[in-house]
Ligand binder design. Structure first.
Ligand SMILES: [Zn+2]
Length: 312
């Protein structure tokens, strides 16, 4: 049975009623400090969120992963945490360490690596069913805190700002598949690809994604191109935003020394909400610094056009 936004709202409420730790974290979100920063064509937000220190400083190297119990496996999840099965392959959970006022984690039912290939149609269908949520994916070295267990996340769409910026940006078409379109946007501070597919033809979206995926270089030692993905419903269907990356964390990443910041950008940051667990970083993050970080982590207009030329 298809999910609905109303069903998810009831589910979140029922979990928060019985899970004080998660309820406390969702409640604390209401008091976090937020500021707006204007970039050319895109207003981003900065959120001071001390509870996210666990995630921003997460150790995701192979040894650390082996030594911890996977928190996304059903066997290791807290007793109080319930899930909704979806598509015989995923479980919808609430995220007990939220960034969004409504925040979900959607792991695969089996313990399998965080890899996106073959899952775009799932992502698009999920976004279409959840209605007012943005489903997102962090690559294994692009912010995923469990790179050893495949999972999506989802949060209420009105929280992120990139969708609005894309509404007003120029989309340059690269390829089509039926009514689905692959385009690039190289005029915003963040260079992205966009795939628009009809809600009833997620497979066309997946085929276009595969053509793009095959054109993006894979760094040595990685299993897939580095990327963050955002997916949300639009009046015309479903939109997938592909944000190719060239670096995991900014050069200023750290907690000690002049100019360091505890900032580990992932899909949410790329979607327009930069999360800072430390107040000094919240104060220091301005348009110039955000631009510098985006230039370091993401592709230039030249680089994204080079990929576009390689799409077969
Ligand atoms: Zn697992």
């Amino acid at each position: 049975m298809a999910l609905s936004s109303a069903q998810i709202s009831d589910f979140i409420a029922s979990q928060l009623a019985v899970w004080p730790m998660a309820a406390g974290n969702f409640e604390a979100l209401k008091g976090v400090k937020v500021k707006e920063v204007e970039l050319p064509g895109w207003t981003v937000k900065v959120q001071f969120n001390p509870a996210r220190i666990v995630s921003s400083s997460a150790k995701v190297d192979a040894k650390s992963l082996k030594e911890r119990k996977c928190f996304l496996c059903a066997a290791n999840r807290p007793e109080v945490q319930e899930g909704i099965d979806w598509a015989d392959r995923y479980t919808v959970l609430i995220n007990p360490f939220p960034i969004f006022p409504r925040h979900l984690t959607i792991p695969d039912t089996t313990h399998t690596d965080q890899l996106i290939e073959g899952r775009i149609a799932d992502m698009m269908r999920l976004a279409a069913e959840l209605e007012d949520y943005t489903v997102f994916y962090n690559g294994p070295r692009c912010g995923a805190s469990a790179p050893d267990h495949m999972h999506f996340q989802a949060g209420n769409s009105d929280f992120l700002t990139l969708a609005d910026a894309l509404e007003n940006a120029e989309l340059k078409t690269i390829a089509t598949d039926g009514d689905a379109v692959l385009a690039l946007v190289d005029t915003l501070p963040l260079k992205v690809f966009v795939i628009d597919a009809p809600a009833d033809d997620a497979e066309a979206g997946q085929r276009l994604f595969k053509r793009l995926y095959d054109a993006i270089p894979v760094p040595e030692g990685e299993k897939e191109p580095m990327m963050n993905l955002l997916c949300y419903p639009t009046p015309a269907g479903v939109r997938l935003v592909v944000i190719p990356r060239k670096r995991h964390r900014p050069s200023c990443y750290g907690t000690e020394g002049e100019g360091t910041m505890l900032l580990s950008p992932a899909s949410v940051d790329m979607g327009g909400v930069f999360i800072t667990p430390l107040e000094k970083d919240f104060n220091a993050l301005d348009a110039a610094k955000i631009t510098e970080i985006l230039d370091e982590l993401c592709l230039s207009a030249e680089e994204i056009n080079e990929i576009a030329r390689n799409v077969k």
